[in-house]
Write a protein that binds this ligand. Sequence first.
Ligand SMILES: Cc1cc2nc3c(=O)[nH]c(=O)nc-3n(C[C@H](O)[C@H](O)[C@H](O)COP(=O)(O)OP(=O)(O)OC[C@H]3O[C@@H](n4cnc5c(N)ncnc54)[C@H](O)[C@@H]3O)c2cc1C
Length: 336
Amino acid sequence: MLVLNYLEIILLKKRIAVIGSGVSGLTLANELSNFWDVTVFEKSSGVGGRMATRTMHPFEFDHGAQFFTARTEVFKKFLAPFIDQEIVTTWSPKIISLEKGKKSFKRLWFEPHFIAQPKMTNLAKSLSKSLNIHLNTKIDKVCKKNSRWSLLDNDEVVGEGFDWIVFSAPAPQIREIFNFSSINFEGLEDVNYLPCFSLMLGFKSDITLNFNAALVKDSPINWISMNSSKPGRERFKTLVIHSHNNWAHKNLKMELSQVQDMLFTELKSLIGSSCSNFDHIDTHSWRYAKNVVSAGREFFKDDTLKIGLCGDWCRGDRIEDAFLSGKGLAMELMKI
Ligand SMILES: Cc1cc2nc3c(=O)[nH]c(=O)nc-3n(C[C@H](O)[C@H](O)[C@H](O)COP(=O)(O)OP(=O)(O)OC[C@H]3O[C@@H](n4cnc5c(N)ncnc54)[C@H](O)[C@@H]3O)c2cc1C
């Protein structure tokens, strides 16, 4: 009878490198981690990707994804234990439509809108608990040695001996790595994103608005949310404002300080000057915020190269798309 000891089992495990620790990369890494030897490489100092929270003590801002919906059974099933543990909960804001010179009106949401609490990054943190993750490591090149993959950051090898690599970054960032590595995937070229600016305001004193969230029409601003109205964030009042994606596209090269001034002036004209009483102001530019041309498929997998690609951009522009892409690719890899 063949009896394998622990070391032999480890040695038999396939080794995989996952580039990116957003929802898609972490979903895939988690699914595979019981069967494969998984290492995640992330260029930022924290996990979560665009499901992000910026801390500017004492304020915290969910300056990326605002909430997420769950429309498929597989995503609902995945969320259930996180809801039980109160890592994920629903947000039911008073939401309105806002347009200058017009009377605002209340909007209705017809499905649950989920958030992680007490901040958006907490779902990613929870998913990454038992994973081997290298933060602050930007992979800019990959190459094959003796049919195994090596990964490089600034010409320094940061990982080697991998059977497979999965790229889970936005498609244009994957293309940058492939340009240096002469790899090509048909269909990747067409994928396109629009940018977004996030304006963040923190208040130590009170600020009162007659809404928790607003969808804005006909303005450089697309979305205003009282971020502190989300469960678990009540201590200090915080506002998160998102620019319109097309406005950000037109003004992408503008100085961030100028973008901030323009968005703040627009905000005052929409909600009044009570927002001038802020204790913190900050702006972030998301170069790849919203996928506008997707690949129209769940994921990419090349068995000859031993490369997989996943991310929201494979099938859409939302957190659920990122989850489904990562999960779908993991299920396929487990068949190998
Ligand atoms: C402003 C904004 C608002 C949004 N609002 C919503 C919303 O309300 N609801 C919703 O469902 N979705 C929303 N989204 C979209 C949602 O955030 C994304 O669909 C989802 O988070 C994408 O996950 P991902 O894993 O595909 O990619 P990402 O989250 O982008 O993760 C990719 C990761 O790869 C890392 N990376 C990139 N290149 C490299 C490299 N070379 N080496 C190492 N690491 C690398 C990045 O740092 C990042 O952590 C919003 C996004 C933005 C920006």
